[in-house]
Design a protein around this ligand. Sequence first.
Ligand code: CO
Length: 135
Amino acid sequence: MLGDIDHIGLAVADVETALHLWRDILGLEVTHDESVPEQGTRVIFLNGRNAEIELLVPLGPETPVGKFLAKRGPGMHHICFVVEDLEAAMAEAKARGLELIDEEPRIGAKGKRLAFVHPKSAHGVLIELCELPEK
Ligand code: CO
């Protein structure tokens, strides 16, 4: 059901110190920087070797990432796996007893179609399923 890890999402409280770490100290390159107002998040991608790093910067305290930061502080937010057919993967996840946050696919950064599996049905890990846009 799951393909490669596409990216690892990190909740970021301060974009400059996060970029300093991932870009300047650890040497990754910023490949994409986009605000997704529907999700209340600025999304910055850096090119890891096998998977990307996605920095999630809340556009305000009442956004999902803003609330996540208030509750848990900066750090790991989610793991994203590529799936070939998002609707099929969502149906399969549900059939196997997982709870989805998204009943319908949503559109994320870079126009990718994605859906989240609820962390309470995944041992506390927020799992993102995404479809590659070139499909
Ligand atoms: Co993501």
